[in-house]
Design a protein around this ligand. Structure first.
Ligand code: 13P
Length: 287
C-alpha cells in the first residue's frame, strides 16, 4: 500500500524502532525490497535518488513500476516512495509524478534560503497529503577520492527547520555515505541527544547506514532516530553475488547468460541484506 512516510515514522518514533529506507536502482531492487517488507510484515521506504530516477527512465517510470509491483505482488504493508537528496526542482517533479514523500536537501544553501525553500516545499507536499524530509549539516562522504568527515548539525538550526513542519529531519552527526574509513571516530551521540531534546517528537533520519556498527545503530534509535538509509550495502552484496555467478561461468553454452538467472543471486542478496537490516532496526512485524 503506497502511503506517505508520516504515520509509519510517528509510530516508529513512539515505538523506539526505525524504518529502513532502501535505495532502489531497477526492477530487481524494487521487487526485492518490497517482497522482503511484505514477508517480514515491515513498513518500508523505497529511496530514489535523482540519478537513479533518471537511470530508471524518469520519475513516472519509477512510479509506474512500483505501483505495478504493489498491485501484482499484493504488497499490503505500508510503502513510501521517497526522493532521496532531492533538489528544489527535483522535489517538485517527484511530487508531480506521484512520489509519496520527498527529501529536500537544502543543506548547501545559506540557512535563510534553505528555510524559504523548505517552507514552500512543505506546503506543497502537505497539500497533497505527502511527507517531506529536510537536512541540516551536510552528510559527508567520498568525493574525488577524498573522504570527508560528516558535518555535525547545529541543534538550533535543526530546531528552526523542524519548526517549519517537516515530517522528518536528517541531522548530520558525523555520519557519511559509503563505507567508513578505518579511523572514523563514530557517531556524535552528544549532538544527537541535543538535537532530539530540541526537536521533541520529530523523527530523526540517519543517512549513511552502511557500515555503522550495530551497537551504534541501536543507540541512535534509542536517541530518536526513526529512519535509517541504506544504499551502499545493497550495492556491495548485489555486486558480490553477481560476480560470483559470472565467475562460476553458468552461461548457456554459446547463448550467453540467461538475464533472469544472471540477476537472481543479486536479487536474493538484496533480500537477505534488507531482512537483516529490518531485524536490526526493529521494524519486523510493525506494519
Ligand atoms: P549508504 O550508501 O552509506 O548506505 O547511505 C545511504 C544514504 O544515506 C542514502 O541517502
Amino acid at each position: 500500500m503506497l502511503v506517505s512516510a508520516t504515520e509509519m515514522l510517528k509510530k516508529a518514533k513512539a515505538g523506539k524502532y526505525a524504518v529502513g529506507q532502501f535505495n532502489i536502482n531497477n526492477l530487481e531492487w524494487a521487487k526485492a525490497v518490497l517482497l522482503t517488507a511484505q514477508e517480514n510484515n515491515s513498513p518500508v521506504i523505497l529511496g530514489v535518488s535523482e540519478g537513479a530516477g533518471k537511470y530508471m527512465g524518469g520519475f513516472n517510470t519509477v512510479m509506474g513500476m512500483v505501483n505495478g509491483l504493489i498491485k501484482d505482488q499484493n504488497i499490503t504493508v505500508p510503502v513510501a516512495v521517497h526522493l532521496d537528496h532531492g533538489s528544489y526542482d527535483g522535489a517538485k517533479n517527484a511530487l508531480a509524478a506521484g512520489f509519496s514523500s520527498v527529501m529536500f536537501d537544502g543543506s548547501h544553501y545559506p540557512i535563510d534560503e534553505n528555510i524559504a525553500k523548505t517552507k514552500e516545499l512543505v506546503e506543497l507536499a502537505h497539500s497533497q497529503g505527502k511527507s517531506i524530509e529536510a537536512e541540516v549539516g551536510s552528510i559527508g562522504g567520498e568525493e574525488d577520492g577524498v573522504v570527508g568527515k560528516g558535518e555535525v548539525a547545529d541543534p538550533q538550526e535543526c530546531k528552526l527547520i523542524a519548526d517549519l513542519g517537516v515530517d522528518m529531519l536528517a541531522a548530520g552527526i558525523g555520519n557519511i555515505h559509503g563505507s567508513y574509513p578505518e579511523n572514523w571516530p563514530g557517531l556524535e551521540f552528544g549532538a544527537l541527544d541535543d538535537i532530539q531534546k530540541l526537536t521533541g517528537d520529530m523523527p530523526l533520519v540517519l543517512h549513511g547506514g552502511t557500515g555503522i556498527p550495530e551497537d551504534m545503530i541501536q543507540k541512535a534509535i534509542s536517541l530518536g532516530v526513526s529512519k535509517i538509509n541504506v544504499n551502499t550495502e545493497c550495492q556491495l552484496t548485489f555486486a558480490a553475488a553477481t560476480r560470483k555467478y559470472i565467475e562460476e561461468g553458468k552461461d548457456q553454452q554459446g547463448k550467453g547468460f540467461d538475464p533472469r538467472k544472471l540477476l537472481a543471486p543479486g536479487f536474493q542478496a538484496i533480500k537477505d541484506t534488507v531482512k537483516e537490516k529490518m531485524e536490526l532496526f526493529g521494524s519486523v512485524g510493525k506494519a
